[in-house]
Ligand binder design. Structure first.
Ligand code: EPZ
Length: 423
């Protein structure tokens, strides 16, 4: 029987020291999919060791590519693609596997995938992806929960996204780089991971302009060739470790971090009274050895607004600050499932629809918690670092989807944290 894993934390320790930030999960995943478009080998550096990246590598081998990992270096040989179906088991395990559909359409003009269900944080439909593919000449057959995507020819098109969806923007880019003609993506997502994906594709020979703005223009080319590429730092993992340092009123240096991509999070932390600054190109220093004031309002938004993925971990920090914070979650309709778990520690949080009101408390006490999703689980670990006594966060597999060696990293700066097997 595969024993489930839990993360056990004895809170109350002040974190001090340096944490190296992992490569970005949400950049590595679309870039792993994009390697399918290349004729020759891709070598990816700073690719985080995460179960989600393992799943993406399993999809690559399932469709015929070979790929191997040595530490944080992943080599992909995409010269052969012998299948164009994304296994439903992998679609269920990781709904962002849908990103492989754009790559397979670009490479083979066909893809079969099971409908990605919703997940812990919302319905997560893919209607924008499908609508865009149809405009590019893809026919879509819906067969009992499976989608059959086929195209005689992939043509460039003018796509206007109803909202700047990260996944839809990425999927359209992957289908467009080898299509005939020019594709325009209006109301494109502007997240830093979109820029990272574009830079990878350009290095492989793609013609893309405007990544990071609301209008991305892609001119289809005939072929792409693999390259060596280094994945950008993970801004959400960095936000998580900043909150871990701040919740313990500690002092941390983040190494290999990207200050610019964290500006929305950093400005909230500054409002709370922490001193924080970037230096040396890829270091961030934070000192929270003081009373923290609650930021009055945190409203999630598409980039360059406050990132929805950092909402849970900032909530964990605000639970311990002086004053009240009103959260407004505008991106996902169900992203407060961590709240009921956090209140078990003694947090005072009330949820009404997409609004959560957090009243800071001077103390929290350890409890048995269950992770509800990736970022909700990380928020529980952050809050546990502050709580008196021992907190156990079950379903730690959610957390391992997005955080490389989280226990080792936190233990290296003083946290009393370990993995326990739950039978
Ligand atoms: C990406 O998900 C990230 N995942 C998410 O991170 C992140 O929360 C999200 O972008 C927003 O920044 C990866 O990059 C692998 P969206 P994605 O398409 O692409 C609606 C994490 O914790 N929508 O921007 O699925 C959708 O329902 C994860 O690392 C449609 O209605 O996000 C949602 O409400 C969680 N139709 C909103 O847009 C569509 O066709 C944002 O979704 C597509 C999206």
């Amino acid at each position: 029987m595969s024993a489930r894993q839990a993360i056990s934390v004895r809170g109350g320790r002040t974190l001090e020291g340096e944490i190296v930030i992992q490569g970005a999960k949400n950049s590595a995943l679309p870039i792993l999919a994009a390697s399918v478009l290349c004729k020759t080998e891709v070598t990816l550096y700073n690719c985080p060791r995460l179960t989600d990246c393992d799943a993406a590598m399993r999809i690559l081998t399932t469709i015929g590519c070979s790929c191997k990992r040595e530490g944080n270096v992943v080599s992909i040989n995409p010269s052969v693609v012998s299948a164009t179906e994304i296994p439903s088991s992998l679609m269920r395990e990781m709904r962002s596997s849908v990103i492989f559909s754009g790559a397979l359409l670009g490479r083979e003009k066909r893809c079969r995938l099971s409908f990605p269900g919703g997940c812990e944080i919302g319905a997560r439909p893919i209607d924008y992806h499908i609508a865009a593919f149809k405009k590019m000449g893809v026919s879509v057959q819906d067969e009992h929960g499976y989608l059959n995507l086929t195209a005689q020819k992939l043509s460039g098109a003018v796509i206007v996204l109803p909202m700047p969806s990260v996944g839809a923007t990425e999927n359209i880019m992957l289908a467009a780089v080898l299509a005939k003609g020019v594709t325009e993506i209006h109301n494109a997502a502007r997240e830093p991971e979109i820029v990272d994906l574009a830079e990878f594709l350009i290095k492989c020979g793609a013609k893309i302009s405007g990544a990071g703005t609301e209008l991305i223009v892609i001119e289809g080319v005939k072929e792409l060739y693999g390259c060596d590429y280094t994945v950008m730092p993970d801004r959400i993992a960095a936000a998580t470790y900043l909150c871990a340092g701040a919740v313990t009123r500690g002092e941390l240096v983040l190494a290999k971090a990207d200050y610019n991509s964290l500006r929305p999070v950093i400005s909230v932390l500054e409002q709370m009274g922490v001193s924080i600054y970037g230096y040396g190109g890829n270091y961030i220093y934070i000192n929270a050895k003081k009373t923290l004031k609650a930021p009055p309002m945190i409203r999630t938004a598409v980039h360059p607004g406050f990132p929805t993925d950092a909402q849970p971990v900032l909530m964990a920090l605000c639970m311990t600050a002086e004053g009240t914070t009103v959260f407004s979650e505008t991106i996902f309709e169900n992203r407060y499932r961590h709240v009921s778990e956090l209140t078990r520690l003694g947090g005072k949080i009330n949820v009404e629809g997409r609004v959560a009101v957090v009243e800071g408390v001077p103390k929290l006490s350890g409890a048995e918690l269950m992770a509800t999703d990736l970022r909700g689980g990380a928020a529980m670990v952050v809050a546990a670092l502050f709580a008196d006594g021992v907190t156990r966060v079950g379903n730690a597999s959610y957390i391992y989807r997005g955080y490389e060696d989280i226990e080792e990293r936190l233990r290296s700066v003083g946290a009393d944290i370990r993995t326990v097997q739950v039978h």
